[in-house]
Design a protein around this ligand. Structure first.
Ligand code: NDP
Length: 327
């Protein structure tokens, strides 16, 4: 029997955690033949709730689940970790300034980055889900100087999947007809879903829809989908966020399909004029366990403005955490 892969989930007792853990334990994160050990990290007051989830995980009798450990100490939770899903974060509360939000998250993601640096396995892969995800990933990455920077990523896969779903609905085509979708920039309202490089049945998506719909409906619908779900459901998206986290890690480990790409926020190498080092969403393929930015795409003037605006926001966040001494 293969050695189990250690997957650490932070914020494990939260609602995304609840939607995520069962899918990891059933083999959907890494593959149907890969045994896993789950390390759950929570703040002390949520440990009891995590224990309840662990009881339910036991009760599923998942053949691939080789063990569950629950911690309130990051050092222990990341010991030997191969895949880290950083879900727990400090949400923005009413009246909170961005600086306070970033500082509170610095207090979470810097110690977690250090714990990853000191104790994780050599093949550690990190996905940050907790918002502001791109900048939280940057904080964790800077606290882990011995881990290759490229192992720190943030999630824009939910935005990517939302964009595919909206376009398929609009054109009344199966989702599988849509390829080469890209989310650029920050996982925030400034994100840019790009239909000028996406394809529907092999043809450029932007040429299949009218420009007004693209600019005035599609882009804001994708960017504001989270708020629309809160409005309808009375709670934020959880199952779809967990699903996107599964998609991101599965593709990272197992590769993206030939002839297509996906979106992930990864440290920029300067491609497309996006400043090196910031964690921005790009069109990416995964090969041999590594993300690679898809090169050579045409960026028209509209796209350029949209990408630049989102990147400007990422640079502001980076500068704010720099001035707080977090990176
Ligand atoms: P959720 O599980 O609903 O959300 C967790 C994080 O995911 C939030 O930062 C949320 O951002 C983010 N997120 C990213 N994408 C999405 C999306 N598409 N839809 C919804 N959320 C998204 O939060 P809960 O409050 O239910 O649970 C959080 C848990 O984390 C709690 O149990 C808490 O105790 C724990 N926690 C653990 C820490 C640790 O382990 N050290 C530290 C801090 C918290 P947004 O807020 O913007 O919606």
């Amino acid at each position: 029997t293969a050695t189990p892969v250690t997957v650490t989930v932070t914020g494990a007792a939260g609602q995304i955690g609840y939607a995520l853990l069962f899918r990891i334990a059933s083999g959907q994160l890494l593959g149907a033949d890969v045994p896993v050990t789950l390390n759950l990290l929570e703040i002390p007051q949520a440990v009891k709730a995590a224990e309840g989830t662990a009881m339910e995980l036991d009760d599923c009798a998942f053949p691939l689940l080789r063990g569950i450990n629950i911690y309130d100490d990051a050092k222990k939770a990341f010991e030997g970790c191969n895949v880290a899903l950083l879900v727990g974060a400090r949400p923005r509360t009413k009246g909170m300034e961005r600086g306070d939000l970033l500082e509170a998250n610095g207090g979470i993601f810097a110690p977690q980055g250090k714990a990853i640096n000191d104790g994780a396995a050599d093949d550690i892969r990190v996905l940050v889900v907790g918002n502001p995800a791109n900048t939280n990933a940057l904080i964790a990455q800077h606290a882990a100087p011995d881990v290759p920077a490229e192992r720190f990523t943030a999630m824009t896969r939910l935005d990517h999947n939302r964009a595919i779903a909206q376009l398929a609905k609009k054109l009344n085509v199966p989702l599988t007809e849509i390829k080469k979708m890209t989310i650029w920039g920050n996982h925030s309202a400034t994100q840019y879903p790009d239909l000028y490089n996406a394809e529907v049945g092999g043809k450029i998506a932007a040429e299949q829809v009218d420009e007004t719909w693209l600019k005035e409906e599609f882009i804001p619908t994708v960017a504001k989908r989270g708020a629309a779900i809160i409005e309808a459901r009375g709670a934020s998206s959880a199952a779809s966020a967990a699903n996107a986290a599964i998609d991101h890690v599965f593709d990272w480990v197992n590769g993206t399909p030939e002839g297509d790409w996906t979106s992930a926020a990864i440290p920029s190498d300067g491609s497309y004029g996006i400043p090196e080092g910031i964690i921005s969403s790009f069109p990416v393929v995964s090969k041999n366990g590594k993300w690679e930015i898809v090169q050579g795409l045409e960026i028209n003037e509209f796209s350029r403005q949209k990408i630049d605006a989102s990147v400007a926001e990422l640079l502001e966040e980076r500068d704010a955490v720099k001035s707080l001494g977090l990176i």
